[in-house]
Design a protein around this ligand. Structure first.
Ligand SMILES: Cc1ncc(COP(=O)(O)O)c(C=O)c1O
Length: 402
């Protein structure tokens, strides 16, 4: 069976992890701090905080911004549940917005959902294609929208508008206006979960990019403290002579990255731009070149004047099929020993959100994307033979069902 997305674990990774273990320092320490610096440099921001998942990092930011019960946060309907669950964890309300045909939030539909309760927008770079950040930034800065903003915490007062927290779980290394994403909006959060382009097994990173009068280095310190229970000294600092005593200044989270995870990340990072990304792009290009020949295939957008994908998920769509046929095609592809997947089942189709009253028919684009989408395997060790076998299996399965 050709798997969907196994991680690239080789001797280099194993040796680096062994090095972390042997060093005697296994929690947050020098490797994590080096990893943060490398990501900050790559993403054109002054400060990056490494955390133990996208989910905890993003929730920490909602907490930092003072989001609470009674607030509203705008989230695209077509995403992984994490983008919305963090809002629920904070007691706030998820306001879902439909998406466009490239899977990103439909920015033209956001404004009508903004109220005086709106505190944040969480756009998602689905599959690795960045959303149109310029349009989003222009939207939250519109005088009419800023006037509606009703700040209820010190940080909300200071920002003076809706916060944009980019769910970049898929888009590490994607380009926007020629730069690696990370410096477009207030916060950009990556995921380094096992299936992601760059993995640390579990993990994530927050790019801090707040406008003035915020001091991003100061915000890094605040978030770092909040990621360690609000404890004002980390484990490394406490080992220094005479530094055992610490204080707790907030009921913080516990979501720091460990040096064992960072050691995987450092190897992954080193080979990311020149090895991992070109390989993934090549797989995408081969799929598109071959599938483009069939008039039933809608191949994913990977590049336009402003944006280039990180080539994370190959989101193939089959023209004009029903959900039943899509499911049968998936079954038939699996029968040919190829694993495929679907990204995503829109949130209103999931029991928890359905029970809260969200209704899929209010999001026609998401419904139609979901009904005809199939994600194909993309990973570093996928051979040319495997890519050809996958294409053959998909073509067979589609042509025998439409
Ligand atoms: C779009 C999106 N957002 C958030 C997450 C959550 O990431 P993590 O598992 O690192 O918490 C994922 C994970 O798959 C995701 O796909």
């Amino acid at each position: 069976m050709i798997p969907f997305s196994p991680p690239r674990i080789d001797e280099r990774i194993i040796n680096e992890v062994a090095d972390a273990l042997r060093s005697g320092w296994i929690t947050t320490g020098p490797k994590t701090k080096l990893f943060e610096k490398k990501i900050a440099n790559y993403c054109n921001v002054s400060n990056v905080l490494a955390v133990n998942s996208w989910t905890t990092g993003a929730e920490l930011l909602l907490y930092w911004f003072g989001i609470k019960e009674g607030d509203e946060v705008i989230v695209p309907v077509y995403t992984y549940c994490a983008s919305a669950n963090i809002v629920i964890h904070r007691g706030a309300k998820v306001i879902m917005v439909d998406v466009t045909s490239d899977f990103g939030i439909d920015i033209s539909k956001i404004e009508k959902h903004i109220t005086s309760k709106t505190k944040a927008i969480i756009p998602v770079d689905v599959g690795g294609l960045p959303v149109q950040f310029d349009e989003l930034t222009a939207l939250v800065n519109k005088p009419k929208i800023k006037d509606k903003f009703n700040p209820q915490s010190e940080n909300q007062e200071k920002l003076g508008r809706i916060m944009i927290l980019s769910d970049a779980a898929h888009s590490f290394g994607a380009k926007y206006n020629g730069l690696n994403v990370g410096s477009e909006v207030d916060f950009t959060v990556f995921s380094f979960h096992a299936v992601k382009n760059l993995t640390t097994a579990e993990g994530g990173a927050i790019c801090i990019n707040l406008p003035k009068p915020f001091d991003n280095t100061e915000i890094y310190k605040q978030l770092n403290t909040l990621s360690l229970h609000g404890q004002n000294k980390d484990a490394l600092a406490k080992t220094q002579k005479g530094s055992w005593e610490y204080d707790v200044i907030d009921a913080g989270f516990k979501c720091n990255m460990t040096d064992i995870l960072a050691s995987i990340g450092l190897v992954e990072f080193d080979r990311y731009e020149l090895d991992t990304l070109p390989k993934r792009k090549h797989i995408f290009d081969t799929y598109s070149k071959e599938l483009y020949k069939y008039d039933w295939a809608i191949t994913p957008t990977c590049k336009d004047e402003k944006r280039e994908s990180s080539y994370h998920l190959y989101l193939l769509r089959i023209k004009g099929i029903t959900l039943e046929i899509r499911n049968q095609i998936i079954q038939d592809v699996f029968e040919q020993e190829v694993s495929v997947n679907v990204h995503y089942k829109p949130l209103p189709l999931l029991s928890y959100y359905k029970l809260l009253g969200y209704e899929i028919n209010n999001y026609p684009n998401a419904k139609s994307l979901w009904e005809n989408e199939i994600s194909l395997p993309v990973y570093y060790d996928l051979s040319v033979e495997n890519v050809n076998a996958i294409i053959k299996a998909v073509v067979n399965a589609v042509e025998s069902n439409i």
